[in-house]
Design a protein around this ligand. Structure first.
Ligand code: SF4
Ligand code: SF4
Length: 147
């Protein structure tokens, strides 16, 4: 059982795509957008026009009809080296790292949770802080991932 004192165990499992298949949105930073566009050889403007939904505060991928993410292809992430911050940092999201019940709940679909080497809580919290820096509006008043 993870706890702030004992640290957390996690190792991503080869071939697993469960987190990409969860209901929700994939949010990006401006840098994420630029990196993903460059990775697939598009201009940022063309990439945005095709794949991005932009609001005043958020950038997120448009959702295809029959999948949670356009880039979930052939059992993997088609932009893996340039995937958005929230994908790269998962499962060390603030709302999971800072809440043991949510961490355990996430372990029901993420088989990597609870396995592998002990991740010290300081390391996990550093990753969580990266999320807060990347998506400041999301964490201004707590978690707003469903909005
Ligand atoms: S961008 Fe890649 S890692 Fe992120 S949800 Fe889509 S397929 Fe998964
Ligand atoms: S659900 Fe967990 S184990 Fe599976 S790909 Fe995502 S992070 Fe890795």
């Amino acid at each position: 059982m993870p706890s702030a004192k004992s640290g957390l165990r996690f190792t991503c499992q080869k071939g697993c795509i469960n987190c990409c298949d969860q209901r929700g949105f994939v949010y990006l930073t401006e840098a994420d957008l630029t990196a993903a566009a460059k990775y697939i050889g598009m201009t940022a403007a063309d990439f945005e026009a095709k794949y991005i939904y932009r609001t005043r505060h958020y950038l997120r991928f448009r959702k295809p009809k029959n999948s949670q993410c356009h880039f979930l292809q052939n059992g993997g992430c088609a932009i893996h080296p340039a995937k958005p911050t929230q994908c790269r940092v998962f499962p060390f999201w603030p709302e999971l790292v800072e809440d043991r019940d949510s961490w355990n709940e996430t372990g029901k679909y993420c088989p990597g949770i609870g396995t592998g080497p002990l991740i010290q809580i300081g390391t996990a919290l550093e990753a969580a802080e990266e999320m807060k820096r990347a998506y400041p509006e999301m964490y201004r008043n707590g978690n707003k991932w469903s909005s």
